[in-house]
Design a protein around this ligand. Structure first.
Ligand SMILES: [Zn+2]
Length: 81
């Protein structure tokens, strides 16, 4: 029984050491595949065509209405009335 407890303590120590090492690795070396904050990503660069005039605008600047995307509020209003 004593041997089992010692074995469990060793396993627990190894587990602690592993989890502690993984956590410090993550904080010291961020994933190189992850893009740095503020960097343009493919999702941010996605273009949407205006439903009225066909002008391509970045998704972040496009106005999304129930019928589609628009380049400006004027086109959204004209297309959706
Ligand atoms: Zn438009």
């Amino acid at each position: 029984m004593k041997l089992l407890l010692v074995l469990l303590a060793i396993l627990f120590g190894i587990w602690l050491w592993h989890s502690g090492r993984n956590a410090s690795n993550r904080s010291k070396h961020p994933d190189p595949k992850a893009s740095p904050p503020g960097a343009p990503t493919k999702q941010a660069q996605e273009m949407l065509a205006c439903k009225l005039c066909g002008l391509h605008v970045p998704q972040a600047e496009a106005l999304i209405g129930p019928k589609g995307a628009y380049c400006c509020a004027e086109h959204q209003r004209r297309a959706e009335v």
